[in-house]
Design a protein around this ligand. Structure first.
Ligand code: EPU
Length: 341
């Protein structure tokens, strides 16, 4: 195990912020985890887990020990008694999510193609229960393995134990902060069945095919994402900065009288609807557009970008100005999707 000191984090966060970490340890094998954790504990320092750094905002330098989860491996499990064509894939936390999607496609394993081009690692996917274009991570999820910092033991967690919710899980809350995801087991299918229920996907595919193959779905998701989301290699960002707020139906109905075009989506709960945060932000955008080196992305109001010189506090201040303005105009409280460290 190699302990690095005073490391610049620019390459480790997709906002491209040049904050620093006091200690940095790359966890390349699970055997190193216990040692890394006791190293931090012996110094009385906080631990922060880092995957691809694509959903994290370093507000300032991190005074503790950053554990960069870098374990690799993809294993197709041979478990009998699965339904026809279902296969289980166990994937180590440090694998890149988009590379996994490509791996599945080239190995005729389906169900994951709508989640193409989501930045970050496999170990980070359950933390915020990633989702896009009509598919949520939890739909593919079977179980995960986590290291419990408190007990020093590994444990296996099923979906109820992970408490998945829209862009949320137990790992984002105090009940799960002591757990480090080390591998994830997903259920995929050898039989392709397209899920093109998401409006933008159906519309874009509609022009070319109504019964697309997996490669077409994958390519279309990639091209939609590329057309509206900035490439973090070029422009620092962390995808959607805020969640789409979930509000009571009655509140939505009264807002709709004033704003008839306000888009809303199903939540599975009749009493609640999910409204488009991007739409709310566009409405107030004339008032707030940038702060220092941070700005609202021109093609998607839900994305905050680093124009090159942003500091963590520029981004936090911009986010605060935006959410204050949304609160003032619509009475809706925006919640960050990004984890602030
Ligand atoms: N819209 C606007 N203005 C915009 C963009 C979108 O009004 O600038 C409205 C439109 O009504 C549009 C609708 O929002 O039809 C949906 O837009 P989009 O497909 O971009 O979805 P989103 O709700 O803005 C969510 C996820 C994205 C994910 C897309 C596609 C959240 C917080 N974000 O965005 O996830 O890629 O759906 O499924 O749920 C991420 O989490 O980082 C992320 C990029």
């Amino acid at each position: 195990m190699k302990v690095l000191r005073d490391i610049d984090l620019t390459a480790y966060n997709s906002f491209g912020l040049s904050q620093r970490a006091n200690y940095f340890i790359s966890i390349d094998q699970l055997a190193d985890l216990a040692e890394a954790v006791s190293f931090a504990q012996s110094l009385g320092l906080p631990i922060q887990i880092l995957g691809g750094g694509s959903n994290v905002l370093f507000a300032k330098d991190f005074p503790g020990v950053l554990l960069h989860m870098n374990c690799k491996g993809i294993e197709l499990l041979s478990i009998p008694k699965l339904n026809d064509g279902e296969r289980l894939l166990k994937v180590a936390c440090g694998e890149n999510w988009h590379e996994l999607v490509k791996y599945c496609l080239s190995n005729d394993l389906y169900g994951i193609e709508n989640l193409a081009l989501i930045p970050g690692t496999v170990g980070a996917a359950p933390i915020q229960n990633i989702g896009a274009y009509g598919v949520e991570f939890e739909q593919l999820f079977v179980e995960l393995e986590a290291y419990d910092i408190n007990s020093g033991e590994f444990c296996v967690m099923d979906a109820p134990a992970c408490e998945f919710n829209y862009r949320d899980s137990i790992f984002k809350h105090s009940g799960g902060k002591h757990l480090i995801v080390v591998s994830v087991t997903l259920k995929l299918s050898e039989v392709f069945s397209p899920n093109i229920s998401y409006h933008a996907l159906k519309q874009t595919l509609g022009a070319t095919s109504s019964s697309p193959d997996a490669q077409q779905v994958f390519d279309t998701v990639c091209s939609i994402r590329r057309s509206k989301l900035p490439d973090p290699q070029v422009v620092g960002n962390a995808g959607s900065f805020f969640k789409n707020p979930i509000i009571p139906l009655s509140e939505y109905q009264s807002l709709k009288q004033q704003y008839p075009e306000l888009p809303a989506y199903d939540t599975g709960d009749e009493a609640m609807v999910k409204v488009s945060a991007a739409w709310l932000l566009e409405k107030i955008e004339s008032k707030v557009k940038s702060k220092g080196g941070a700005a609202v992305y021109s093609k998607h109001a839900l994305v905050l970008i680093n124009q090159g010189t942003a500091t963590g506090s520029d981004i936090i201040e911009l986010a605060q100005l935006l959410s204050d303005s949304v609160k003032q105009t619509f009475g809706i409280k925006l919640q960050a999707e990004v984890t602030v460290v």
